[in-house]
Design a protein around this ligand. Structure first.
Ligand code: PXP
Length: 392
């Protein structure tokens, strides 16, 4: 393992896998992917000790780098093992700084990781203004190219609608578990299911079997209620998307009011963070909801595209699209990752897929509906083609 991440007496506000992915991305781009790197996440108390003992400074700092070997020695080609060294990061300080600078915890931690790595590679902002600028430019380059790397928009397919048909008959087919497998074979990069409190479509057994059998990622949509939270913590999906849930609605009607229930939703995010499960909030594209989502530790937001899809005039559709574009951009500046969905079909998905900051579309009804006529495999491939063409 080239990168070793450890936490000591502290809990990371993001999934450890995301920090590791970013560190790996940096090493690969710098051409030192095979070098060993240790990252230790600690609290302020321990950082105070490090700062005193290694730099004779009082109080904690955000990041310290300990190169394995000074300067070029670290890159001598014929050594059997290539060591970059150690980076120590105070998570307490990172979170404090994220709040102070209005950044998402993931963005702040990534900044500290790249800052630490650049020090290991010989960059040093303390050498003077020119060096400081050079280091800062490199940091920005890595942070931005990491976001851009995610650019080819992914397609995740919501298979609830297959379960809806099955439940109408009360028998065991068509099976959403089989549908998930076909979607993956046709190129989907994720499967979405929404286990509703009233179990109107997806059943517990569906979610469990889909989790067990899919090879891509499971995005588990849910309302923030006690019973479903318990189920999800046991299910261990790759992402939890929190949505508002009303018994009488036909589909999720509006976005979640995160700003109006920060305390309750913050506690829910904490429960999932403790198990390293990232959380997305399904929200309307407004600045207020984005800030609220960022403030309580969301990793993703899923922007509600319903109003854009339901628009009845071109002017209205254009207006709704602009709101989504602006929200996606703002989310990304706040350090949030962005998905989008609800109501997207073969005619309206392309402009959403083309938005730079959007990583993944979550689409269900239109694909399952088309599958009735074309078969599920073809229906997925047709949508994938649209999404990929638009996001090239
Ligand atoms: N995203 C969320 C949060 C949803 O609730 C739904 C509907 O289940 C979708 C995406 C998919 O919407 P549609 O079925 O209209 O494509």
């Amino acid at each position: 393992m080239a990168i070793s991440l450890q936490t000591k007496d502290v809990r990371l506000p993001i999934a450890q896998a995301h920090a590791e992915d970013f560190a790996q991305f940096c090493l690969t781009r710098m051409g030192v992917a095979g070098h060993n790197l240790n990252i230790l996440f600690i609290n302020d108390e321990e950082m105070t000790w490090f700062n005193k003992n290694y730099r004779d400074k009082v109080g904690p700092t955000n990041v310290l780098s300990f190169p394995f070997s000074e300067g070029a020695d670290a890159f001598i080609e014929n050594l059997p093992v290539h060591e970059l060294g150690d980076i120590v990061i105070s998570v307490d300080t990172a979170i404090r700084e994220a709040i102070e600078y209005g950044q998402a915890p993931e963005y702040r931690l990534n900044w500290l990781i790249i800052h630490g790595i650049l020090h290991l590679m010989g960059y040093d902002h303390e050498r003077g203004e020119k060096d400081a600028r050079k280091m800062e430019d490199k940091e920005q380059e890595f942070l931005h190219s990491y976001v851009r790397r995610r650019k080819m928009t992914h397609l995740a397919i919501n298979v609830d609608h297959v379960a809806t048909i099955r439940q109408a008959r009360g028998i065991n087919s068509p099976d959403p578990v089989a549908a998930a497998a076909i979607c993956e074979m046709a190129g989907a990069s994720g499967i979405v299911t929404h286990l509703r409190e009233d179990r109107r479509h997806i059943q517990d057994r569906d979610a469990l079997l889909i989790r067990e059998t899919i090879k891509t990622k499971l995005n588990f949509e849910m309302g923030a209620n006690k019973e479903i939270i318990k189920f999800a913590l046991n299910l261990m999906p790759d992402l939890v998307t929190l949505v508002p849930e009303k018994r009488a609605e036909l589909t999720t009607e509006g976005g979640l009011d995160v700003a109006g229930q920060m305390k309750k939703l913050g506690k829910t995010v904490e429960k999932f963070a403790a198990k390293d499960i990232p959380v997305a909030f399904f929200i309307d594209p407004t600045s207020e909801q984005l800030h609220a989502a960022r403030d309580i530790g969301a990793t993703f937001v899923e922007l509600h595209t319903g109003r854009y899809c339901d628009a009845t005039t071109e002017a209205e559709r254009h207006h709704e699209l602009q709101l989504i574009i602006a929200a996606a951009q703002e989310a990304s500046e706040l350090g949030l990752r962005v998905n989008a969905g609800n109501g997207l079909d073969y005619h309206n998905a392309a402009p959403i897929a083309a938005i730079d900051a959007i990583e993944e579309l979550s689409i269900g009804h239109s694909i399952i509906g088309r599958a009735v006529f074309s078969g599920l495999d073809q229906a997925v491939r047709d949508m994938l083609h649209i999404v990929q063409q638009a996001s090239k």
